[in-house]
Write a protein of this length. Structure first.
Length: 579
């Protein structure tokens, strides 16, 4: 479905003006997490009912109001058991009528596909939607559920949810009598797996795990089965933290639920699988890349969270020093050449490349990328996901790109000579090519390319910049603890400041002492002196010495400057760099 620009719809209907929309957009930047519609309603620019009518009309959904009596669910269909009170209240969803496998529901936000998907699996029904205001739905939910709430809790639906949540929070193992024989190693029928994956507690638990991970700024979720337990870990700022796990018998239903969401083969447990989930949470869409792998105790699942809203794809926000920013920007505005970002897995190379594309983006440029996989979708950029199983490799995509009249090309990674040679050819024929390499520092990128077979006489005129980087955790600004350096020397580097900081821990940073990460880097522009060295196949040490003479800080020196500025600790820099 095409993106709905509600502000433009309201302007077309004459309900708000351009200036009111602009004021609301400015407010939205300050009030992160709020949608533009909520801001317009709260500011009084548009009435709640008018907003719902316009959105419903655009989506071809009927409008229902509390006053009209259309928000009264059928009382003889056990709708309160089909959609429980907690789900209805949390997601502002009200079941109205069930006819065979079709359920009519009133909803406040018909664009929240994550909630709609959960509702489909929860009820097992196709959905017919009507739109209503938040106020009217809240009032109708209270009226419908409050009378029979006590009776429903006695039936056990809400008690089951509460028990599951309690076991999740406290890490207790809760097993219902009929589930005592089910362990993480159990083989259930496909129908049973699908049924259990669709149970309300499992839906709620998976939803909770994903939402909590996003709130905690996690980059990955690890769901790991062992002989007698299930572990869930979040990777936050590069470190894995274990959270209180659910009971072990929930492993199969949880994995099945995730596979259903990711459109993976629920029956295949012997081979690794990959899939994607798109979750709409509050005001943003978060993409989740799902990977499963069979272990001796069952399938392990890793979900990579790709939250574009949480990652500011802007060079200024990544933490580069002003001197290095000037070098990078100058290279990015070259009319042609090779620009490499190097570092190990998880050092932020892809994020830096996306920030570089944002830096040079212009509607007059044809920017094309080939990635494995596409992590963030950028409006106005032609992005291609690599699929080696069907022959769509980096080299194949690059050859096709050269026939697509590109100005700027981004290649996810140079892995072999074939890809490297095509990148060189593109750079030498008037294109700016951005890519990544796996090397330990910037000078070794040159020797690595020559080692894989790139002729030095082709590399000399094409290479314009190499940036090596690592990610270091920022000290929590709320609790970082100062102490006297007293002329402390670390690895030959003498700290100039009298006071530097170390981690302490508080509620703000979940008692880790750190919050967020920033880049520490080696920025090596390739000038005439460097080209002379490359042309005669100079050694790594010669290239490094020349780069140092040209003003390049090593990764360690870059990190120690962050220590002096009070944003990193000495321990953190020693942990991510070598002296």
């Amino acid at each position: 479905m095409a993106r709905v620009r509600i502000g433009e719809l309201l302007i077309k209907q004459g309900l708000i003006t351009e200036s009111q929309l602009q004021d609301a957009l400015n407010l939205q930047k300050q009030q992160k997490g709020k949608r533009i519609g909520e801001i317009l309603i709260q500011s009084g620019a548009v009435k709640e009912e008018d907003f719902a009518v316009v959105l419903g009309s655009h989506l071809s959904l009927p409008f229902a109001s509390y006053a009209s009596g259309l928000l009264k669910p059928k009382s003889d269909q056990n709708l309160e058991r089909l959609v429980n009170f907690d789900f209805a209240r949390k997601n502002l969803v009200l079941p109205l009528n069930k006819n065979l496998h079709s359920l009519t529901c009133a909803i406040f936000d018909p664009l929240d596909y994550f909630v709609l998907d959960n509702l489909k699996i929860l009820t097992g029904c196709d959905l017919n939607l009507v739109i209503a205001t938040k106020t009217d739905i809240s009032k109708a939910i209270t009226e419908f559920y409050v009378t029979g709430r006590e009776a429903r809790e006695k039936v056990g639906g809400s008690i089951l949810d509460q028990t599951l949540q309690q076991s999740y929070v406290e890490g207790e193992r809760v097993v219902k009598p009929e589930e005592k024989s089910i362990t993480a190693d159990s083989e259930l029928s496909i129908d049973s797996l699908i049924a259990k994956a669709g149970e309300a507690p499992v839906i709620k638990l998976v939803d909770l795990v994903i939402r909590q991970a996003i709130d905690e700024r996690a980059s990955d979720i690890h769901i790991e089965p062992f002989k007698d337990r299930l572990e869930i870990r979040y990777r936050i700022d590069g470190i894995l933290y274990q959270i209180p796990p659910p009971a072990a018998h929930l492993h199969l239903p949880i994995v099945s639920r995730i596979k259903i969401l990711a459109k993976m083969d629920i029956a295949e447990k012997r081979l690794p699988q990959d899939g994607t989930i798109s979750a709409k949470l509050e005001d943003r869409v978060v993409d989740l890349r799902v990977s499963t792998i069979p272990t001796v105790h069952g399938e392990k699942v890793v979900l990579r969270l790709l939250d574009k809203g949480a990652v500011k794809l802007d060079l200024v926000n990544l933490g580069y020093e002003s001197k290095d920013m000037e070098f990078i920007r100058k290279a990015l505005h070259s009319s042609y050449g090779l620009f490499f970002v190097t570092g190990p897995t998880g050092s932020g190379k892809s994020t830096t490349l996306y920030a570089c594309l944002n830096e040079i983006f212009d509607p007059s440029l044809n920017i094309m990328t080939c990635e494995d996989p596409v992590e963030f979708k950028i409006d106005g950029v032609n992005q291609v996901g690599i699929r080696p199983e069907i022959g769509l490799t980096f080299a194949t995509a690059l050859r096709a790109f050269l026939r697509q009249d590109p100005d700027v090309i981004m290649v996810g990674e140079v892995r072999d000579l074939d890809t490297a040679q095509i990148c060189l050819r593109a750079a030498l024929t008037g294109h700016l090519v951005l890519s990544t390499l796996h090397t330990n520092d910037a000078p070794s990128a040159v020797t690595r390319l020559i080692d894989i077979g790139v002729p030095h006489y082709l590399l000399t005129p094409s290479l314009v910049m190499v940036v090596a980087q690592r990610l270091a955790r920022r000290l929590c600004p709320n609790c970082k603890e100062p102490y006297e350096a007293n002329g402390l020397t670390v690895g030959g580097y003498k700290i100039k400041n009298d006071l530097i900081y170390r981690a302490k821990g508080c509620d703000e940073c979940s008692h880790t002492g750190y919050k967020g990460r920033l880049v520490i880097s080696e920025v090596m522009p390739v000038n005439d002196d460097m080209r002379n060295l490359i042309s005669r196949s100079a050694s790594y040490n010669e290239i490094k010495d020349a780069a140092r003479r040209n003003g390049m800080d090593t990764l360690f020196e870059s990190g120690m400057k962050r220590v002096e500025s009070g944003v990193c600790s000495v321990d953190e820099i020693l942990g991510v760099t070598t002296i």
